[in-house]
Design a protein around this ligand. Structure first.
Ligand SMILES: [Zn+2]
Ligand SMILES: [Zn+2]
Length: 175
């Protein structure tokens, strides 16, 4: 849902600024195989400033997501903190901007803060999430969760990504 902020009367003049602190609702995020379900709204605090060229939004956002550990497949909750940057210009004022400059448009004297907040959080989500940095994972030989059960499989079974495949196809390494 858009989070609209009315700039008129607040950010009209050069170097006018205003701090906006609030929350906004998030929806589920999918990154490849990983699904992140928001457990909280995003909490954000942004300073909006009129720089002459446009309006800059900068600050922080945070939220808690539930996701699945890629090693042991357990569900766990993760707090995500993000730096937020947004840039807003009037339609027509964007022609001189460098192509790589990200921008949103000021529409009817309003700007939408939601895309910048959501994007910053999505970019801060963990790639290949782990419920703990030393998660022992699932044993590729017998399939137990090695965080809970110490199995009797060779300790280096997890060292080779092909260990599970060898089991599947019954291939022996040292014949
Ligand atoms: Zn895990
Ligand atoms: Zn095992």
């Amino acid at each position: 849902m858009p989070y609209l902020f009315v700039t008129r009367g607040v950010l009209d003049a050069l170097s006018d600024s205003r701090v906006v602190s609030d929350t906004l609702d998030l929806t589920e995020v999918r990154l490849g195989e990983d699904v992140f379900t928001p457990l909280t709204p995003a909490t954000f605090s942004l300073t909006l400033s009129n720089t002459g060229a446009g309006i800059v939004a900068s600050g922080t956002a945070c939220a808690t997501f539930r996701t699945r550990c890629v090693r042991c497949l357990c569900e766990y909750d993760t707090d995500v903190d993000a730096e937020v940057d947004g840039f807003y210009v009037e339609v027509g004022d964007d022609v001189d901007l460098p192509e790589e400059q990200e921008r949103e448009f000021i529409t009817d004297e309003r700007i939408d803060l939601e895309p910048a907040v959501v994007q910053s959080l999505v970019l801060s989500l963990p790639f290949a999430p782990l419920h703990s940095p030393d998660c022992a994972g699932i044993c590729p030989s017998c399939g137990v969760d090695r965080n809970e059960v110490a199995c009797a499989c060779a300790p280096d079974a997890g060292g080779s990504p092909f260990a599970a495949l060898k089991d599947l196809f019954g291939v022996e390494e040292d014949v």
